[in-house]
Design a protein around this ligand. Structure first.
Ligand code: ATP
Ligand code: MG
Length: 560
């Protein structure tokens, strides 16, 4: 196992400084030394089509594509479809859509299965060189023979087979003469190697399975460690960027290409995979959540999948900003999900309009407002960005305010509405609470208030200041909407079912100002003082809004 140290320079704790990129340093050196004899820098993103992409993949996509861009090079999208059983074309399509949505364009689109013939020929070369042999040991026996970290392995009794015998047995494997697991093709390297990956690793296995691309043409399938370097080399990849768990596999990657005498072989570089708090990140765990019905599907807005983040309302720009800020490191660490939220807020802050939405509504009656009267006010769409203009809102003597904005017995430093106190209604007037009316059960049925006509917002003739500003909606024209509040999927950053957050989805009703009727599915808003929301894209009969991210950050470490 690779030694993994924590606290590397780019670990999650050091986000204030610009992320340095050790991968670019390696590429710079290769270019200086002309290692690739003038060929362009060429990278690839190589997903296995066995699930939907998640934000960890987004990090890898970002890294591969922006690295190619930086060096005016190229980047391929390659489906690593060497395992026929778990792969599916549904995943292929979703992965393509996700990469495009993130804003990247691949130079070549390839499938590892396109190279099965070539890989087979390469295996014949290795057999002829005496570097590969057909083994009859079972998977279990191979494990037993492999040895441990402290003990060398033992050579297979079939290791001494002649080239001719190996060639004919391997052909038999290909032709389907043997059952799954009956034979494998193994590299002949060194059973005493301190690196277990080099102890005669398996190169090919028998699998009588239908492949999504090649159908039943093949009965043998290459193993990842053998296939990957060949795929890279065929495509002219110069820098093969992968995650840290492959560090110990690099000697095998290099061995395969060296034995095949490949000119200018690609260089494998490992970086730390992204882990995020309060969610799970492996496709296998995410698939379990989907299969168990813990979430609605791969694109459930609580999922860390690219499809889920998209449905949540998070933009590709925010995801790219996040990937840039986390940088790349050579040591595993866990990034606080609050950093992602921070990027989402920063992205939406100046670009979306706000709307007044009231939760747990409390009725306000303005006793000195002209009876039955109403007026139209102009409200700013974005206080920080005047170019987003204004909208009209009806104001009258009957309003709703947020339940949180009133306290009958205020706590210390509560500056919102309470009996005897005056606040500003955002974009409207000052109101003062004169009386609290309750029903027979003791619940507040309305707040009787007075307003000061001289304090109309924008009038510039306010005589006094108030400490609190709250928002409101007109009672008569307010729209009832459904609001879905999402919380973290996991209580901790664990993948175990027990860590599932039972309250990751709450649905409430709220009152919105009438202009919310114009919201089209997929449109984003700031619900003033509440958070960022997106009109749900999958329901159109009723107005449903999904929480993208709340307004307040729990993230303290980021300085902006
Ligand atoms: P998972 O374990 O989630 O199934 P994987 O590594 O098996 O992921 P692949 O489809 O093989 O998924 O990955 C495609 C590319 O994305 C690989 O280069 C892989 O290293 C990278 N990748 C996968 N997960 C992460 C992550 N959490 N952070 C960064 N890169 C990742
Ligand atoms: Mg994988």
């Amino acid at each position: 196992m690779a030694e993994i140290k924590s606290g590397d320079a780019n670990g999650a704790g050091n986000l204030e400084r610009p992320a340095s990129n050790f991968i670019h340093n390696i590429i710079d050196r290769d270019l200086r030394e002309n290692r690739y004899e003038g060929r362009p820098v060429y990278t690839r993103f190589p997903p296995e089509p066995n699930g939907y992409l998640h934000i960890g993949h987004a990090k890898s996509i970002y890294l591969n594509f922006t690295t190619a861009e930086k060096y005016s090079g190229k980047c391929n999208l390659r489906f690593d479809d060497t395992n026929p059983v778990k792969e599916d074309t549904e995943y292929v399509e979703s992965i393509k859509a996700d990469v495009r949505w993130l804003g990247f364009k691949w130079d070549g689109l390839f499938f590892a299965s396109d190279y099965f013939d070539r890989m087979y020929e390469c295996a014949l070369i290795l057999i002829k060189k005496g570097r590969a042999f057909v083994d009859d040991l079972s998977a279990e026996e191979i494990r037993q023979y492999r040895g441990t970290l402290t003990e060398p392995g033992r050579e297979s009794p079939f290791r001494g087979r002649s080239v001719e015998e190996n060639l004919s047995l391997f052909e038999g494997m290909k032709e389907g003469k043997y059952a799954d697991g009956e034979k494998v093709l193994r590299a002949k390297i060194d059973m005493a190697s301190p690196n277990i990956n080099m102890r005669d690793p398996v190169l090919y296995r028998i699998a009588r399975a239908e492949h999504h691309n090649t159908g039943d043409k093949w009965r043998v399938y290459p193993m990842y460690d053998y296939a990957h370097p060949i795929e890279d080399a065929i495509e002219g990849i110069t820098h093969s960027i992968c995650t840290l768990e492959f560090e110990d596999h690099r000697p095998l990657y290099d061995w395969v290409l060296a034995e095949l005498e490949w000119p200018l072989p690609p260089r494998q570089i490992e970086f730390a995979r992204l882990n995020l708090t309060n969610t799970v990140m492996s496709k296998r765990s995410l698939k379990e959540l989907v299969d168990n019905g813990d979430v609605e599907g791969w694109d459930d807005p609580r999922m860390p999948t690219v499809a889920g983040l998209r449905r949540r309302g998070i933009t590709p720009e925010a995801i790219r900003d996040f990937c840039e800020r986390i940088g790349v490191a050579k040591a595993n660490s866990t990034v606080d999900i609050a950093l992602l939220e921070h990027c989402v807020r920063e992205d939406l802050r100046r670009r979306v309009e706000s709307r007044n939405v009231v939760e747990n509504p409390v009725r306000v009656v303005i006793t000195n407002y002209p009876e039955g009267g109403a007026e139209t006010l102009r409200l700013e769409n974005n206080g920080e960005n005047p170019s987003l203009g204004t909208r009209s809102a009806r104001f009258s003597g009957e309003l709703y305010i947020d339940g949180d904005d009133f306290m009958e017995k205020p706590v210390k430093k509560y500056f919102r509405l309470f009996p005897g106190n005056e606040v500003r209604l955002k974009g409207a007037y000052f109101i003062k609470c004169e009386d609290v009316v309750k029903d027979s059960a003791g619940n507040i049925s309305e707040l009787r208030c007075t307003y000061d006509p001289a304090t109309k917002s924008g009038g510039g003739n306010e005589q006094r200041k108030v400490k609190g500003t709250i928002h409101w909606v007109d009672a008569k024209t307010a729209m009832r909407i459904k609001v879905r509040k999402y919380d973290y999927l996991m209580l901790e950053g664990e993948s175990s079912e027990s860590a599932l957050n039972p309250d990751s989805l709450r649905e409430i009703e709220a009152f919105a100002e009438s202009s919310i009727t114009d919201a089209k599915p997929g449109e984003r808003y700031q619900f003033f003082r509440h958070g960022y929301y997106m009109a749900d894209e999958t329901t159109d009969s009723e107005k449903v809004f999904n929480l993208i991210v709340g307004l307040k950050s729990s993230w303290k470490k980021v300085t902006v």
